[in-house]
Design a protein around this ligand. Structure first.
Ligand code: GLU
Length: 307
């Protein structure tokens, strides 16, 4: 049975773009009679809060989306991520990296620097000598742990995009403050939770080859991926909170109900006529993955979310 998921970071209210991605992930999974899980990606302990988590779950429920089992929180699963790093380290597939963010940027933009695309890590600490390492340690620089990637690039199949080929660099597995990194946690969690279908925004498409490689090295099954177009705001930028009324409470204050929002989302997915009242189960009957629009949906909240 298919198991899909929605994995928001509980750092604020979900906006219309997040809700559309959640609806799509739900439709993909449920239309195959599959399970649908919600996982809170709360590794960022400063931005995340249980209050945001409660709000986000309320937003999903308001649209009529349901999920199976308890909501999982990444902040409670550090042991799992740690085990994966130990496994990789024991096989010589990790190394300590002392670079600061600025040093990485400078290395990438230096005239004779390694011109790696996509902000990829240039490999500065990959083969650090014992003396350099001792210098960094003596200077009190805390190290991050990076993957020693075994490929430079990888093509991965994608239900929406056909195939995604992107750089696989030595991704950070554990940040220099000891926090597990997103790419590690997402790979470990999807496998541990039996997720075999990942539907998410296409801003994450270029991270997918990295995640596929990490799954391969950990001996974990790869899920199937479907990267769906983002919702864009005015000017073609990714929709953001600054664009106006984009969350359910903000829209409610303008008299736009959650049911209205479901209609608009469904309409944007060609699953409803303008103004037609719909329910998630009606949308399930109409949903066909191959008919999901492959282009971004542009919304101008300042002009009023036209319902
Ligand atoms: N937590 C990520 C986000 O909110 C999504 C990660 C994923 O779906 O793999 O953007």
């Amino acid at each position: 049975m298919t198991t899909g998921r929605f994995a928001p970071s509980p750092t604020g209210r979900l906006h219309v773009g997040n809700l559309r991605t959640a609806l799509l992930a739900w439709l993909f999974a449920r239309s195959e009679g599959g399970q649908f899980l919600v996982r809170m990606e709360d590794l960022d302990r400063v931005q995340s809060s249980t209050a945001h988590e409660t709000d986000q779950l309320a937003d999903l429920a308001a649209l009529g989306l349901d999920w199976d089992g308890p909501v999982v929180r990444q902040s409670e699963r550090f042991d799992l991520y740690h085990q994966a790093v130990v496994d990789l380290s024991e096989r010589g597939l990790t190394y300590l990296c002392y670079c600061t963010r600025r040093e990485i940027q400078e290395a990438a933009s230096a005239p004779h620097g390694d011109p790696r695309p996509d902000g990829a890590y240039p490999g500065t600490c990959r083969d650090l000598g014992r003396r350099d390492r001792a210098d960094h340690e003596a200077a009190g620089r805390p190290p991050a742990i990076r993957l020693r990637a075994q490929v430079a690039e990888l093509p991965v199949p994608d239900l929406m995009l056909g195939e995604v080929t992107a750089v696989v660099d030595d991704v950070v597995l554990v940040r220099n403050d000891g926090t597990p990194a997103y790419n590690l946690a997402v790979v470990v969690d999807d496998a541990a939770q039996g997720v075999d279908q990942v539907v998410r925004g296409d801003d994450l498409a270029s991270s997918t080859p990295r995640q596929a490689h990490l799954a391969d090295l950990l001996g974990l099954p790869r899920p199937e991926w479907a990267h769906v177009p983002l919702v864009l705001g005015p000017g073609g930028r990714r929709l953001a909170k600054r664009d106006g009324a984009v969350t359910l409470p903000e829209l409610a204050a303008l008299g736009v109900t959650a049911t209205d929002v479901l209609t608009v989302l469904a309409q944007s997915l060609k699953l409803a006529l303008p103004g037609e009242a719909v329910t998630p189960s009606l949308l399930l009957e109409r949903f066909e993955p191959s008919l999901v629009p492959g282009v971004p949906w542009v919304l101008d909240p300042a002009a009023g979310v036209t319902l």
